[in-house]
Design a protein around this ligand. Structure first.
Ligand code: FAD
Ligand code: DLZ
Ligand code: SF4
Length: 517
């Protein structure tokens, strides 16, 4: 009797733990396009194309190597629509001796997997996902007895564990973190070499047609679709990044330029998250680029920190803080998400550009997600569950394990400061310094209050005032209240009234964008 190996849509890796030590002759691989996964939130159309097309290509690659792949397409008339239903049907078809599966990335799916053994007539082995560098046990050991789970210390542990950018037990060149060198505003006319886009082949075109038909009411442009859907394409995208963009990745990591959507970012998150690229192989390539003099340390260390630092850290944080993290709302934020997050129709040029790239590409780069979209949600007091749904829907790289810590922890402070030591609240000044958005905006970034003022300015103080009790004792942000107090009551009133007026003008999102009724 064969071993049944279900492989999920974000596990498309030949080095997957569930395939280790198995031979094609004694294994049935099960891959399932299921309605539940495609609609538990109404994912961006390109995200569904990416996953289904990459799954279909991966199945073909496995078959070419001699594996038996039982592939359930979305339109299969017998398709039950859920992982559990499809695994149960596959057990009937193949009568396996056991099910072997790599643990899921998301809590929701993990809970379902835990029930398989009780429902099915064969043992179920859930294996660790060895694509990640840190184990759950290692993260728990790190988190034990710590109030703030400071990423930097975890990151150093990961550097020691992998040996990346290390000289024995010391960081190469003696410095762990070169973030201070990586905050350059964009210079006039900044343009980065373009990222490769991959023309859809017949498989992808068939999926595009399917998604156009079955998911027409989901957010986002279906085409042009250019994401890598095979390991070969993902490696080509990585080659292009290492050859032409890594060098300036560091300095311009926080820069934003109108309609320059990718800048010097790698654009590799979709490929890493679904298994086409391995996080460690990318870090080793970045390290090699430094050692051979092709890229400076600040860029290389910055890139490596995002991957073996932040990415590993948020994954550990997610499993450590779930299921409570999904409900966390420390600041008691309850305002509905504005409709313009879905339509892009706002006069705020920074937000409309970030939402445009999100709609067109199912992508926005980090500082857009953090300091424009995220900062707005924080200081406008938007309900964390609605914000989390939005981020999970709109980005092709979004899976709850990585999206939720970034939303609840990094941007909204909804976790009460377990992840970030202070809320990343900022006025229009920050966006003006780090982008070219403000020059063409209908609002004036230098104006603090009134109908023409940049809305970030009054919203910032409105947020600070509303959360004074919670934030004043925070040593990283508390001092700001001295400035607020010095303003005097009349100025304070102007700020608060401007903010209230703006908030009252926001139209709440109409129902049905993020979830089916
Ligand atoms: P680069 O800038 O080239 O960075 C290299 C890699 O580092 C990324 O590919 C990614 O794997 C990793 N990385 C960088 N920052 C983070 C981070 N904060 N957390 C985890 N990994 C990171 N990333 C996702 O992969 N999925 C998400 O759902 C997601 N949601 C986010 C939500 C918010 C509110 C914020 C602030 C960030 C989110 N990020 C998410 C992190 C980051 O914005 C994206 O990983 C990045 O924009 C992807 O583009 P890139 O590959 O060009 O990244
Ligand atoms: C995101 C996604 C979508 C849209 N569809 C599927 C699918 O039909 N089949 C599948 O195996 N995986 C899909 N995925 C990815 C899963 O949601 C992901 O594997 C889980 O959320 C666990 O991280
Ligand atoms: Fe954004 Fe304000 Fe600048 Fe307009 S003025 S682009 S709203 S920061």
């Amino acid at each position: 009797r064969p071993v049944l190996v279900p492989i999920l849509g974000d596990q498309l890796s030949r080095s997957l733990s569930s395939l280790e030590d198995l031979s094609p002759a004694s294994t049935v691989v099960l891959m399932m396009e299921v309605w539940d996964e495609a609609t538990y939130v109404k994912h961006h159309k390109q995200k569904i194309v990416l996953i289904f097309s990459a799954m279909r290509h991966f199945a073909d690659e496995l078959r070419a190597e001699g594996w038996q792949v039982d592939y359930i397409a979305l339109d299969d008339p017998e398709n039950t629509g859920s992982f559990t239903g499809e695994v149960a049907r596959a057990v009937e078809r193949h009568a396996p001796s056991e099910i072997r599966v790599t643990e899921s990335g998301e809590w929701r799916v993990h809970e379902a997997m835990l029930e398989w053994e009780g429902r099915l007539p064969c043992p179920v082995r859930i294996l660790p996902d060895t694509r990640f560098i840190a184990t759950h046990v290692e993260f728990r050991a790190f988190a034990e007895d710590r109030k703030h789970l400071t990423m930097e210390y975890f990151y150093r542990d990961m550097r020691r564990k992998t040996g990346v950018l290390m000289d024995g037990d010391k960081p190469l060149t003696g410095i762990w973190n070169l973030d201070a060198e990586n905050r350059q505003p964009p210079k006039e006319g900044l343009r980065a070499p373009p990222t490769p886009k991959f023309a859809p082949d017949a498989i992808t075109r068939a999926v595009i047609a399917l998604v156009g038909k079955r998911f027409a009411d989901h957010f986002g442009d279906l085409e042009p679709f250019g994401w890598p859907v095979t390991r070969k394409q993902a490696l080509e995208a990585a080659d292009a990044f290492f050859a032409r963009r890594l060098e300036l990745f560091g300095p311009y990591q926080d820069a934003m330029v109108h309609r320059e959507d990718d800048l010097y970012h790698s654009m590799l998150s979709t490929s890493i998250n679904i298994g086409l690229l391995l996080p460690l192989e990318l870090c080793e390539r970045a390290e090699a680029a430094f050692k051979s003099g092709r890229a400076p340390l600040n860029s290389v260390e910055g890139f490596i920190r995002q991957i073996i630092g932040w990415r590993e850290y948020v994954r550990g944080f997610y499993w450590h803080q779930m299921p409570g993290l999904a409900e966390a709302n420390e600041l008691g934020a309850h305002r509905p998400l504005p409709e313009f997050f879905w339509t892009g129709e706002t006069d705020m040029r920074c937000l409309s550009d970030c939402i445009r790239t999100t709609r067109e590409d199912a992508h926005a780069h980090h500082i857009q997600r953090l300091m424009v979209l995220g900062n707005f949600c924080l200081i406008a007091g938007i309900d964390p569950r609605q914000v989390a749904d939005w981020y999970l829907v709109v980005y092709a790289d979004a899976f709850e394990w990585v999206e939720l810590p970034n939303v609840a922890g990094m941007i909204l402070y909804a976790d009460g400061g377990r992840l970030a030591t202070k809320p990343y609240a900022a006025s229009g000044n920050y966006i003006n310094k780090m982008s070219n958005y403000c020059k063409g905006c209908r609002y004036k970034v230098s104006q603090k209050t009134g109908p023409d003022a940049c809305p970030f300015n009054p919203l910032y103080w409105h947020f600070m005032d509303a959360n004074r009790q919670r934030l004043e004792s925070n040593h990283r942000i508390g001092r700001i209240y001295a400035t607020w107090d010095r303003m005097g009551e009349a100025k304070q009133r102007e700020y608060l009234e401007s903010a209230e007026k703006f908030l009252d003008s926001l139209e709440p999102a109409s129902k049905g964008w993020a979830r089916n009724a």
